[in-house]
Design a protein around this ligand. Sequence first.
Ligand SMILES: Nc1ncnc2c1ncn2[C@@H]1O[C@H](COP(=O)(O)OP(=O)(O)OP(=O)(O)O)[C@@H](O)[C@H]1O
Length: 371
Amino acid sequence: MISSMTLKRIKITNIRNLSQADLTPVSRVNILYGANGSGKTSVLEAIHFLATTRSFRTSQFRHLMSQGAHHALVFARIDPFSEQRLSALGVERDDQGGVKARYDGRTLDSAELAALLPVQVIHSGTFELLDGSPTVRRQFLDWGCFHSESAFITCWRSFKRALKQRNSLLKYGKIDPVQMQVWNREFVEQGQALTDLRDRYIQALIPEFEQILSVLLGDVPIRLGFSAGWDRKRALADMLEENFARDLQHGFTHLGPQRADLRFRLEQKNAADILSRGQKKLVVSALKLAQGSLYRRYSNRPCIYLFDDLPSELDDKHCRLFCDFISQSLDQCFITCVDPDTMTQFWAADIDLSLFHLDSGRLSHKVALGD
Ligand SMILES: Nc1ncnc2c1ncn2[C@@H]1O[C@H](COP(=O)(O)OP(=O)(O)OP(=O)(O)O)[C@@H](O)[C@H]1O
């Protein structure tokens, strides 16, 4: 039985055009509608901030905080482990760089917060999973590994540290062979473990992705593949040794798990070069929904999904398929759209659904479907 982790009450202070907003969502489908610029995405940003301390659209926090404000705060009541009691989660950042996440009276670090409130966003930037830089795809992959393997975070941090130390030795040119050997050994050990975790995760994700894609998009044979960051016919240690002169010349480590990537192929070509925008949206959505589905299987807990402008790029048929799929999951969803009629027509009458209206940064609760 999957627990019913949901956000029960959300209070937002100083996120973009929301100086104060208070929302009591339902546990399944929450539709936020309003005119362009009314603040719908800002609500999603607030939830993402609560779950991660960051924006999903900008790396600069000052753009997420309301203009002229000195701090932003999002507070929620949640029951993440189905204990039938609500706990308080508050995330706050100020314009001096201070970040604080408090849950149930204690401070959380970023990994604890991420584990507490797994959130998936699908917005216009999610297309980057197909045609953006490999960094975006590694982040996607590592989100899945983090939530499915408890060993991942330690391994990932150790590998990052080894890579950083190795690169700084290479960069400053004065190689102490003993130190180099230490960091090479750590790079290989942690890098191999990291790659094994990523590989295992991808092998579990592929059938899930293909199944969801066939529901959302039909019979479009997109193949998802994993590239480890070096030719895996060669041992990682041998590869480091063979590339040492080149690494030293350029002052960084060329190959290894820091170059891992995902590939999407359609008829032997790069899928991003062939698919339409609507098809791309369905592919990246299938990826994110597949991650949520695996997460539920591993943890017995649902995810929180943020769908920014869900109907854009999709025709009615695909929008309906999308909503049908969401209806069958147990995730809590927040969906933005301009016109509520475009979205409300796609749901079964008995779905747990609520409508919220945004108007110039003011949020009001409308009726639940069927009320
Ligand atoms: N840091 C900020 N402080 C105050 N207002 C901001 C800030 N950043 C953005 N805004 C404004 O907040 C408003 C709401 O933006 P938001 O992206 O949430 O709108 P939206 O309802 O999702 O619109 P659309 O339908 O066009 O996507 C916009 O008018 C935007 O200019």
